[in-house]
Design a protein around this ligand. Structure first.
Ligand SMILES: C[S@@+](CC[C@H](N)C(=O)[O-])C[C@H]1O[C@@H](n2cnc3c(N)ncnc32)[C@H](O)[C@@H]1O
Length: 271
């Protein structure tokens, strides 16, 4: 049996997250910039795929990036050093037991973390507690139900569904993108704005064919093969046919679409 699938822990998974970050930088980050001197908390930074972009784009802001995994933090530190960043502090910490005072940050940034949590609203409330009134929380999540492609393939949809079900069985939600707005409102945030970020890939964009369709999305599906089969969620032959169909979308006449969701909300100011 293969290793259980856990986002962000496995070396190949880390490579996938780095490829993903490189390909999607503008789509996901173009409208995020923090003012000089502001204190920003990034939670669930993993191996630092977003951290490097954030810190480079807001060179005068001060970032504290945490992750529950010490191994990921060590890798994130190595990458931050390699990038010559001097405005990032990396620490191991759990989102539900953050070692920071109340209202000690101006902004919070969270990317691809909520999808793994069984209590996403509680997590948002914890993060909101660390924000000063009027500070912002930015959340980016995917939604695997937003995937469509040409040529269409029931087998590919079945392979994707096996990942969605596996994540649900682990307490997460691979369809969380569409729920960002209600979750942020339920967590008590003000002025919530959510925008879809669609990745559209055809063969006129070989960088996206390789960086997103092949090395990000299809690699993610391929990575759960053994766990999904072992969990009885799909037959191996169906799974393999699904992966083959996803690769088929990378050919000259293929098209692949996926939508991320980015939400920004404010912590309510004291009355
Ligand atoms: C899919 S990775 C995303 C990493 C990074 N944000 C990115 O966009 O590449 C999810 C990360 O959330 C972290 N994580 C999961 N549960 C957590 C918790 N309770 N507290 C802190 N980090 C957590 C995992 O260790 C993992 O690094």
């Amino acid at each position: 049996m293969g290793e259980p699938y856990v986002h962000g822990y496995h070396p190949r998974e880390n490579e996938r997250l780095r490829d993903q970050a490189g390909t999607l930088v503008d789509l996901l980050h173009a409208d995020t910039a923090y003012p000089g001197g502001s204190m920003v908390l990034e939670v669930g930074c993993g191996v630092g795929a977003q951290t490097v972009t954030l810190a480079q784009r807001s060179p005068d802001a001060l970032f504290t990036s945490v992750d529950v995994s010490a191994v990921s933090i060590a890798e994130a530190r190595r990458r931050a050093d390699l990038a010559g960043l001097t405005n990032v502090e990396l620490r191991q910490a759990d989102i539900f037991a953050l070692p920071f005072d109340a209202e000690s940050f101006d902004h919070v940034f969270v990317c691809f973390v909520q999808e793994h949590l069984s209590q996403p609203v509680d997590a948002l409330a914890m993060l909101s507690g660390r924000l000063r009134p009027g500070g912002t929380i930015t959340i980016i999540e995917g939604d695997h139900g937003s995937t469509y492609f040409h040529p269409d393939s029931p087998a590919a949809h079945a392979a994707i569904k096996s990942l969605v079900e596996m994540q649900r069985n682990a307490g997460g939600n691979a369809l969380i993108g569409r729920q960002l707005y209600p979750l942020m409102v339920e967590a008590g945030l003000d002025a919530v704005r959510v925008s879809p970020r669609m990745v559209y890939v055809d063969s006129s964009r070989p960088d996206l064919v390789d960086g997103f369709t092949r090395k990000t999305f299809t690699a993610m599906i391929e990575g759960v093969r053994e766990s999904a089969v072992a969990a009885g969620l799909i037959e191996p032959e169906s799974f393999d046919a699904g992966v083959q169909a996803l690769h088929r979308t990378t050919e000259a006449d293929g098209v692949f679409c996926y939508t991320f969701f980015k939400g920004v909300g404010e912590k309510r100011r004291h009355a």
